[in-house]
Design a protein. Structure first.
Length: 347
């Protein structure tokens, strides 16, 4: 029987309860062995076989854990991750891994010196639509991509009372959805040459950014990354144009809503996404058709994590990926403040 990765989960709020615990438990290669939370009754009811403890020190004291997953408020990530690495633990940190590129670099170097895994939870590489986009671009069917536009837009006009809406705690869309949008673009195209950003708070009573518009400049293409809380009519999730065609996909990947509703990986309906639209033009050949979207597969993140920690296989999301994402966010904040396009300088 294949060994299971024993995971200790720090935090059982929205992220821990929705995105981490159920995917860990149903990925087939890992199990939720322990949870540290201030809400022990709910965690124990959901995972009766897990050891539930009250704080991070108690979690670190459990010797049987192979990896610690940190799913706490953004402003706590750096200190908790550093403490876990110093204790000799492999670590996965929910996005954003830190609140700056420099802090992400510090954790990366610490993990390297200790021979440990330190990885950002960039699970949206396994969104079905993104996997479809990646395969389509790699196939060459769109020709040379000249424009890539990626939106994560919702309509949430009322500002809820929660830490995710507090700028002082790393709240707002730049830190919430920005890492996903940026990581997907970097996965496809590598590091940009320039960055221009508009980061605003548009809703009444908003203190943290709820509007993000990033332009990543490359020699032969422009990448548009956009997120807003005020889009009652959503634009396409992806719009990609190239020298041989275009691809458009509307609607968000279904996995988040399914996890919220209690559906789990392994269910035959889990991750099934509607198709996009593809048009290919090459001389007299002009084909417009629905283009099937791959099923979403968040469980692959934790399957890959198990293979990395238990078997020594390379993990597809690196600590340097986290550094690059946070560096771009640093530059985006400066670009917005200065009102100009800035060069990307890697850390």
């Amino acid at each position: 029987m294949t060994a299971l990765l024993k995971v200790g989960l720090m935090g059982y709020g929205f992220a821990g309860e929705t995105f981490h615990a159920p995917v860990i438990e149903h990925c087939g290669r890992a199990t939720v062995s322990a949870i540290a939370t201030g809400k022990p009754e709910r965690a124990q009811a959901d995972y009766p076989n897990a050891t539930v403890v009250e704080d991070f020190d108690a979690l670190l004291a459990l010797d049987e854990l192979d990896c610690i997953v940190i799913a706490t408020p953004n402003d706590t990530h750096f200190d908790l991750a550093r403490k876990a690495l110093e204790a000799g633990r492999n670590v996965v940190v929910d996005k954003p891994v830190t609140l700056s590129g420099a802090d992400a670099k510090t954790l990366t170097e610490l993990a390297k010196t200790r021979g440990l895994l330190f990885a950002p939870f960039h699970n949206r590489r396994w969104d079905g639509d993104f996997m479809t986009v990646r395969a389509l671009i790699e196939s060459g069917r769109l020709g040379r991509v000249t424009h890539y536009e990626s939106h994560f837009d919702r309509f949430r006009p009322k500002v809820p009372q929660r830490w995710r809406e507090e700028a002082s705690r790393g709240g707002g869309l730049l830190f919430d959805l920005g890492p996903h949008l940026i990581d997907q673009a970097l996965t496809l195209f590598g590091r940009p040459q320039t960055i221009f950003a508009s980061v605003q708070a548009h809703r009444d009573h908003a203190s943290a950014p709820d509007y993000v518009h990033l332009l990543l400049g490359y020699e032969d293409k422009e990448i548009v990354l956009h997120a807003t809380a005020l889009a009652a009519l959503e634009p396409p999730r992806f719009a990609i144009h190239g020298t041989r065609g275009s691809y458009v996909k509307t609607g968000l990947d279904v996995q988040e809503d399914q996890l919220k509703a209690g559906l789990r990986p392994g269910n035959p309906n889990f991750g099934h996404n509607p198709p996009g639209l593809l048009r290919e033009v090459d001389g007299d050949h002009d084909l417009r058709q629905e283009f099937a979207t791959r099923d979403g597969a968040y469980a692959e993140f934790y399957r890959a994590l198990a293979a990395s920690v238990l078997e020594g296989k390379p993990f597809p999301v690196t600590s340097q990926d986290a550094v690059d994402v946070m560096t771009i966010i640093d530059i985006a904040i400066r670009s917005n403040a200065e009102g100009r396009r800035l060069d990307f300088a890697p850390l």
